[in-house]
Write a protein that binds this ligand. Structure first.
Ligand code: MF3
Ligand code: CO
Ligand code: CO
Length: 257
């Protein structure tokens, strides 16, 4: 396994890409309302990234992905394809996952939105999933192992009887969208890669309200859904390991790390 550590110059570029990705999520929030289609959300993000940010939406044509963002609604776990036919209604929950490329470097981040009025059970799933991400981020510093991070995420989810998706994980990121290491959202303390200053990777836990099993939609080759049809939530940040801890490259203004 080869983990590419980044130079200070590389990380400055990732800071820029990360900020742009975060700004897309801030920008799109007010549009996530009952009656909008996920296709429309995709167009708004695409135009903003290309025209305002002068950046590249990384998902577009990535391994054949047809759109510029991922929109994963309710029981969709990840990689939902935006569509003009998918109209959001009050009570839906949606993950919007944005990855931009600026000056060759990637910034990758996602968050959950509730459309209109949310149900208490989806509010709780969303909140606990965000807490899992934050607990993982809080651990990041040189010397900590990836198994330590996976373990705290898994333990926190288990406390609420939620399950963790195992088929998809966080990843190293830089000039390559998905590179080593794989960042599992479950694991054992004291196991796995030892973090070093200059490593950049994502943490992006997917929690299911029901069972952990997922199915891939064979018609479109992308959409991942829960097998039991119950809802799923995900939050993602791109991180850099610093000398003393962590820098959240995709932090939004509302967040304090
Ligand atoms: N942004 C996703 C991730 O967090 C990857 C999306 S790949 C795509 O890694 F092709 F579906 F866009
Ligand atoms: Co990612
Ligand atoms: Co992502």
């Amino acid at each position: 396994m080869t983990v590419i550590t980044k130079t200070a110059e590389d990380i400055e570029k990732m800071r820029v890409a990360g900020r742009l990705a975060a700004e897309v999520l801030d920008m799109i929030g007010p549009y996530v309302v009952p009656g909008v289609s996920t296709g429309e959300l995709d167009r708004i993000c695409h135009d903003y990234i290309v025209n305002q940010q002068q950046a590249i939406p990384a998902p577009l044509n990535y391994n054949g992905f047809p759109k510029s963002i991922c929109t994963s609604v309710n029981q969709v776990v990840c990689h939902g394809i935006p569509s003009d036919k998918k109209i959001l209604k009050s009570g839906d929950i949606i993950n919007i996952d944005v990855t931009v490329i600026k000056d060759r470097f990637h910034g990758d981040t996602s968050k959950m939105f509730t459309v209109g009025e949310g149900a208490s059970h989806t509010d709780r799933l969303i909140k606990v999933t965000q807490e899992c991400l934050y607990l993982g981020i809080d651990l990041v510093k040189p010397g900590v192992q990836l198994g330590d991070i996976g373990y705290v995420i898994q333990q926190h989810a288990a406390k609420y009887y939620y399950s963790i998706v195992r088929e998809y994980c966080g990843h190293g990121i830089g000039t390559v969208f998905h590179e080593e290491p794989q960042v599992l959202h479950y694991g054992q303390p004291g196991k796995g890669l030892v973090l070093q200053e200059g490593m950049t990777f994502t943490i992006e836990p997917m929690l299911n309200a029901g069972k952990r099993q997922v199915k891939l939609n064979r018609r479109d080759g992308w959409t991942v859904e829960t097998k039991d049809g119950r809802p799923s939530a995900q939050w993602e940040h791109t991180l850099a390991v610093t000398a003393s801890g962590v820098e959240v490259l995709t932090a939004r203004d509302e967040e304090s790390f």
